[in-house]
Design a protein around this ligand. Sequence first.
Ligand code: B12
Ligand code: SF4
Ligand code: SF4
Length: 306
Amino acid sequence: MNLAELVQHAGFAAGYLLPVPQYEEWTRRRASGAFAPEADWIEGDAKTAYPWANGLLLLIWPYRPYDPEAGLSGYYPASNRSYHAMMDLKKGLQAAGVRAERAAVPVRSILAEHGLATCLDSDMLYIPGLGTRFVIQALAVALPEEELVFTPKRTPFTACIHCRRCQNACPGGAISPRGYDWRGCLRAFEDGPGMPEWVMEKMTCLLGCEVCQDVCPLNHFIRPRPMTEEESAFDLDKLIAGDLKPALSLIGKNMKKGGKLTAQAAVLAANQNRTDLLPLLEEQAARTDGPLKDTLLWAISKLQHI
Ligand code: B12
Ligand code: SF4
Ligand code: SF4
């Protein structure tokens, strides 16, 4: 078995084999409520969570963002592709007799600790040559002793030029001289069909927020790309009409969560002044109830008052 070849064959730009960590301070901070609820499923003490593993394979999947007018985060389609690549790699390892399981670990802390990446003021992780535009996947592995060759630690480095562009542009005020606070980050409130009004007012794209990464000069060497024909699945009219299947096949079924995509499409339609979508929004509102209906009504009211 050649681990580097398997990683490359699966389509990852890099795979780092690292010791299984045990982050007591990280776990304590999380328990004190310092982290967003989305971090609840992560195992700070990976040694206890994966006692059979002797290594962690951290996998890096770079991607290009979409043109800003596409109104879609490039991260989530890339995340879905990298997830399937990781599952293929897992099967390849298992076929070679190596136990491998997806690991829910604090991937940024691990990469930063080993000098393989560095954290910017925007709270995004940066890798030279990739900017912040990459997805990180992790596999816990039980490799035979002769294969257990860890990636050497590098000297920690800095990259942020503290230009404050992310701070000035962040629509929620999440980035300040005191650091990043998830309570101001739009993405933290976009997981369901209902969203706080301040989030809806400031949303600029579907599936998360791209603003701090778009403005960062450390990303400007990465050319955005137009959407493909297949990605027209994210057209707002289709999502508002509830035609979600083609879009979900590109981002994963777990993104469905109670009308979240339809809700985000309605909000974006309102923020983009898409009065042409008013009849469709009204039709959908008439046959919906609960938080999704409230979101549709918010979008309708906004469009009616332009
Ligand atoms: C919870 C979570 C969120 C929360 C909170 C985000 C946050 N910044 O804390 C919400 C839902 C808001 C969110 C939003 C987004 N997220 Co998110 N999120 C996560 C998740 C699941 C856990 C992160 C976490 O625990 N944060 C708590 C912080 C404090 O801990 P940490 O991540 O370990 O990182 C800190 C340490 O590394 C520490 N540190 C710095 N130097 C050193 C050195 C040492 C030795 C140590 C030990 C630690 C350390 O500083 C880091 C930053 O505070 C990770 C996936 C994962 N498995 O980790 C993805 C992840 C961080 N998210 C990611 C992305 C892409 C996003 C969004 C861009 C999505 C979008 N398009 O909207 C936004 C960006 C928001 C932002 N500016 O950070 C990517 C980031 C990739 C990258 N290049 O950095 C990740 C890694 C997912 C992935 N698998 O690729 N996310
Ligand atoms: S925009 Fe400027 S301050 Fe913000 S992360 Fe990028 S380099 Fe750092
Ligand atoms: S993802 Fe958006 S809301 Fe969150 S910190 Fe970046 S710019 Fe601010």
